[in-house]
Design a protein around this ligand. Structure first.
Ligand code: SF4
Ligand code: SF4
Length: 72
């Protein structure tokens, strides 16, 4: 699967604001809002490396494949 087809998704309601993903993101895509929930602040800078998904303890951020969305 080509990485370009991956879409970065977040579930702010699952985010506990630990800040791990914000720190691990190599291109500074992510931020926490005033409620300490995750926001994709700079989506254009995301290189789809998957580090945020890997490090998030709460499955609140993940890359989703375009091709698998037929059931939507
Ligand atoms: S996939 Fe990589 S570049 Fe994109 S937000 Fe997550 S850590 Fe940052
Ligand atoms: S690592 Fe997960 S729980 Fe922590 S701030 Fe990021 S999205 Fe929220």
């Amino acid at each position: 699967m080509s990485r370009e087809n991956l879409v970065l998704k977040v579930k702010p309601e699952w985010c506990k604001g630990c800040n791990i993903c914000v720190h691990f993101c190599p291109t500074n895509v992510l931020e926490l809002d005033e409620d300490n929930k995750i926001v994709i602040a700079r989506p254009d800078d995301c290189i789809k490396c998957g580090l945020c998904e890997l490090r998030c303890p709460d499955f609140a951020i993940y890359l989703e494949g375009d091709e698998d969305e037929n059931e939507k």
